[in-house]
Design a protein around this ligand. Sequence first.
Ligand code: UDP
Length: 241
Amino acid sequence: MKVDILGCNVDRIGMNETLQKIEEFIQSGKPHHIITLNAEIIYKAQSDSRLKEIINEADLVTPDGSGVVWASRYLNAPVPERVTGIDLTLRLAELAPKKGWTFYFYGGAPAVAEAAAENLQKKHKGLQVAGTCHGYISETEKQNLLANIRKKKPDILLVALGAPRQEFWIRDHQKNLQVPVCIGVGGSLDVISGRAKRAPVFFQKAGLEWLYRLMKEPHRIGRMTALPKFSLLVRLKGRRQ
Ligand code: UDP
């Protein structure tokens, strides 16, 4: 079951069902693209048809962000809960040692992906991270990265280049890489590495994580103007779709 939000199809699933799907994807061995979709990206996709196409062709699109949850309710096709990139990463890290799944982390400033891997490995004994690479590498290094991922054959590749850069990157390389599960996780590795702080639970529960992020990173104000525009568009066009 999906909900169409401004032409972007979002799966109406919660965390447990997402994890089940991921297990199926890994068992199949074929490449799959998972997008944790927020209102900002849906708004961006209104003027970027390739992005919209990538979203609609992804194997799983989870509702990331309170804007998407609100829109799904407004359109009378509610999603059960938010499934964010960071929550998904944390749950996968918990499950991976039991299931024998291996990870590869790509993205973030130098040393962030390694620090995130170390932190998760301290918490979850037996967690295997086949490789890490930061997100500011040269063109030659990018070719080496692709070869290294193919060689290491991880089950799950987390790409933390920010949205939608990571979605384009996954789409461009997923066939060649043959990794069963590729997920764009935005700034999640920054938080897991300890470089950035996630909003306190109060903000998360109140659907105000965006406000906390804005307070911490005021330069995001330009990007955040997408949120009221998104809400207006859903009200204007949403019910007519
Ligand atoms: N980033 C990167 N390479 C780039 C541009 C960005 O690795 O060329 C990383 C950046 O270091 C940060 C993440 O991408 O860790 C972007 O995080 P942001 O919070 O902007 O993404 P969002 O969660 O909003 O998608």
